[in-house]
Ligand binder design. Structure first.
Ligand code: ADP
Ligand code: ADP
Length: 225
């Protein structure tokens, strides 16, 4: 089974009202294990909506969302949340790290919430931090780190529970171009190293070209580039 399969996804906001916005009108995509796919779209095309539906944070009006072969479309909120926590990691343009906690704590918290013992959670956090080169920042709070370091820690947090699927929305979009290229490369290495699948939205076509496949969101559908 693909790690993620979206079939005939449709989504409108304010359906039936004068201000209705039809965002997705027949999105189909399947991500195989280990596949890293770029999602390119002009601003407002619906990529955040698509990523939120794929990650079970939002529901489509019609169509199906399958994660690891399991149809999650009509599952209860509790089951969708459980699947999201177990199988999906998110990264955004802004790191969304908790400001009062250190890098290490930010990466261990989602694991503790999932029932991982602290010692095991900390070992995994150090392993992830070492892979992206921020192990020296373990005891720093986000405000004491550079933008690139903050994003690297956010990647570690997203991967803390070893998800099968990473969903990223402009993961280096708030960094200067040189840092962005470097940090993006780190993210791709990290994802490739774990064998997970990823759907990564970016405006940057050079970065998109480093992925296995590029899809453009256009007129509410995904088309190969
Ligand atoms: P992108 O991430 O590609 O910029 P979004 O998925 O955020 O696009 O939004 C796609 C379209 O849907 C935009 O026109 C946006 O204004 C609209 N939209 C997004 N969220 C809502 C909402 N909650 N209510 C109404 N319209 C929305
Ligand atoms: P942005 O400025 O990028 O829209 P926000 O601060 O508004 O960021 O929110 C961050 C993102 O986190 C939003 O896109 C929101 O939909 C998303 N989000 C909401 N709940 C969760 C969750 N449980 N897990 C991961 N992401 C979430």
């Amino acid at each position: 089974d693909p790690v993620l399969r979206l079939s005939a996804i449709e989504k409108s906001y304010n359906a039936g009202k004068p201000n209705e916005v039809r965002v997705l009108s027949g999105v189909d995509v399947a991500l195989n294990a280990g596949e890293i796919v770029a999602l390119v779209a002009p601003s407002g095309a619906g990529k955040s909506t698509l990523l939120h539906i794929a990650g079970l944070l939002d529901t489509a009006d019609s169509g199906t969302v399958e994660i690891e072969g399991e149809d999650m479309t009509a599952r209860s909120d509790r089951k969708r949340t459980a699947m999201r926590r177990e199988a999906v990691g998110f990264v955004y343009q802004f790191h969304h790290l908790l400001p009062e906690f250190t890098a290490l704590e930010n990466i261990t918290l989602p694991q503790l919430a999932n029932g991982t013992p602290r010692s095991e959670a900390e070992l995994r956090a150090y392993d992830l931090m070492t892979r992206v080169g921020v192990e020296g920042r373990a005891d720093h709070r986000p405000s004491a780190m550079s933008g690139g370091e903050q994003q690297r820690v956010a990647f570690c947090r997203a991967l803390a529970n070893a998800p099968k699927l990473l969903l990223a929305d402009e993961p280096t979009g708030n960094l200067d171009p040189a840092t962005s290229d470097q940090v993006f490369g780190t993210l791709l290495d990290l994802v490739r190293g774990t064998g997970m699948s990823a759907l990564i939205a970016t405006h940057n076509l050079e970065l998109a070209a480093k992925m296995d496949r590029v899809l453009r969101l256009e007129g509410g559908r995904l088309v190969p580039v």
